[in-house]
Design a protein around this ligand. Structure first.
Ligand SMILES: [Zn+2]
Ligand SMILES: [Zn+2]
Length: 312
């Protein structure tokens, strides 16, 4: 077994320890409320310049949530000196990870048992006990996009981020590395039994690819009556822009609005609902909504009374 690293208890020291191992980290408020973007990245500002977070060139190192993640020690010192208790976030895909996130409160333990009954015991790897009594299994990214939430209480975290030891959960409990408490860089490939069956499209190699977290729409939505024309990309942008509002309700409302449009457009065969769902869940995670908040918004949009006049 590889030699592990003892992660210091003080968040600044811990963040520096991760960065020294090559892990990109960023600051996450304990409330999870995102930090405001700069004026060029803030849709509400008159100086806003339209762009996607992965293509941002504003130079301000805190814009766009987890896209700010870095190994730059000066910036890390600055962040945690300013806010010593901030949690430590690590984007999964940007660090080459895919994380199996098991939440026992939502049936994750049962799902895991059922899953392992079917595909065999999952390969051993770096494990973290979350402050919510859940479990993170950190694997190497398969290089494919993964479905977000295949089983009750189990998430495949790939486009989103996780918090790292010694971050503090809303419950007040600390995240901590399992076993001997030491951290080891994930070295085990994502279990092949958990690869999606149909979408085995390799992602472009990181060296050639700019940052592209969101599936691009294959087909823009069309409509005959004129007015606003939404594509999946527009809906994602709508959710991403809500981060400037800094209020959870604003983000939830934006997601709900986008989800309503997605269901309506999908009913008319103009967009693919599965693709829109995946893209919007990624966007929701990027603006700091939890999976369950995002799921609730998306699901309530599905059951909302139809309002087709506005899109037909
Ligand atoms: Zn900016
Ligand atoms: Zn920007």
């Amino acid at each position: 077994m590889k030699v592990g690293t003892k992660i210091p208890a003080r968040p600044l020291d811990a963040a520096l320890a991760y960065a020294a191992l090559g892990i990109k980290v960023f600051r996450v408020r304990r409330s999870k409320a995102p930090y405001a973007n700069c004026t060029r990245c803030d849709k509400q500002s008159s100086l806003y310049i339209k762009h996607r977070p992965e293509e941002c060139r504003c130079g301000v190192p805190t814009c766009h949530g987890f896209w700010a993640a870095t190994t730059d020690t000066d910036l890390i010192r600055h962040w945690w000196t300013e806010e010593p208790d901030a949690n430590i976030g690590a984007p999964c895909k940007l660090n080459g990870w895919a994380v199996l996130d098991i939440d026992p409160r939502n049936g994750g333990s049962r799902s895991l048992a059922a899953l392992e009954g079917r595909v065999g015991v999952l390969p051993g790897t770096t494990m973290q006990i979350t402050g919510g009594d859940g479990l993170h299994l950190l694997y190497l990214s398969p290089g494919f996009d993964l479905p977000g939430e295949p089983f009750p209480g189990i998430d495949f975290k790939h486009n989103g981020y996780i918090l790292l030891d010694p971050s503090v959960h809303a419950s007040g409990a600390r995240y901590r590395w399992a076993g001997d408490g030491l951290f080891r860089l994930p070295a085990t490939p994502w279990p092949s039994a958990l690869l999606p069956r149909k979408e085995k499209q390799p992602l472009p190699a990181p060296s050639q690819a700019p940052r592209h977290p969101f599936p691009r729409p294959t087909q823009a939505s069309r409509r005959e009556g004129g007015g606003k024309l939404w594509s999946v990309e527009d809906l994602v942008q709508h959710v991403m822009d809500s981060v400037a509002g800094d209020k959870q309700r604003g983000r939830n409302n934006s997601l709900y609005f986008a989800a309503c449009r997605a269901h309506e457009l999908a009913e008319q065969g103009l967009i693919d609902l599965g693709q829109a769902h995946t893209a919007l869940m990624h966007a929701a995670a990027a603006v700091g909504l939890t999976e369950s908040e995002a799921r609730n918004s998306f699901d309530s949009a599905a059951t909302r009374p139809s309002d087709r006049r506005r899109v037909a």
